[in-house]
Design a protein. Sequence first.
Length: 293
Amino acid sequence: MNLDEWKKQKRRTTFFLFITLFLFLVISLAQLGVAPGKLLDSGERIQSMLNSMVPPDVHEPAGVLEAAIESLQIAIMGTFWGVILSLILAVFGAKNLAPHWTISYIVKGFAVLVRAVPALIWALLFIAAVGLGAVPGILALAVNSTGMLIKVYAEAIEEVEKGYIEAITATGASKFQLVMQGILPLITPIFITWSIFRFDINIRYASVLGVVGAGGIGWELVRASQTMAYNEMLGITIVIFAIVLFAEWVTRFCKMDRKKQCTCFSVQFQLRAGIRYVLFFQDLLDLHQVRSG
C-alpha cells in the first residue's frame, strides 16, 4: 500500500466514524426525547426563576453556617480516614512489599472496584446501613478516597529500588520499621501532594452528599428547592462556592513555592474553581433527574 492509498483509506475511515457518531447522536436525541424546542419554550420560566433568585438571601444564616462547617468537617474526617486506610492497604498492594503477589492483586482489585462506584452511591448505601447524618457522609468519602489513594500510594512505593529495601531489611528492621523509617520518608512528597489533592476533591463531594441526606450544606439546598425559595438557593450556592474557594486556597497555600509566594489568585486557580462550581451543578442536576424519575 503506497502513501496515496493509505491517505485515501484514512479519509474513508474518518468519514465513516464521523457519520457513525452523527447517527448515534441523532438516534440518542430521539430516544431520550431531547427536543430543542422545549428549551426555547421554557425560556420564560427560566427567566422568571432567575429573577426570583435576585437578590440572594439566606433566611437562617446560623443554620447554613453550621451546615457549611459540617461539610468541612465531613471532608476533613473522610479524607483523614481514607488516607490512613489507603496507606495501610497500599503497603500490601505494592508488589515489592506484599507478602505474596496474589495479595497485591487483591488489594489493587479492591481499589478498582471502590473507584468504580461514585461517592453518591456509597453515601446511599451507608445511609441505608447507619441512617441519615454526617456519619454516612464520612464513611462514603473515606471509602471513595481509598479507590484513588491506594493506587497512587502503591505505585509510589513500587518506585523504591529493590536494593534499598533489601539493604534496610538486612539490618534486621521489621516490616513496620521498613515502612515507617525507610519507605515513608521517600514517598512523603507524593503522599502529601495526593492527600491534599484528595481533600480538594472531597470538599466538593461533601457539599453534594448532603443532597441525599448524608449531612452538610447540601441538605439546606434541597430544603430551599423544595419550598421553591430560589433566592435562598442562590445564597446557599454562593456559600458552597465560598467553601470550594477556601479549599482551593488551602491547597494552594500548602503548595507555596520556596519564595513563599502563594498563587491562590492566579488565572489557573480561578478556572479550576469555576470548573468545580460547574461540576457541582452537574452532580446536582443529575441527582434531581434521578429523584424526579
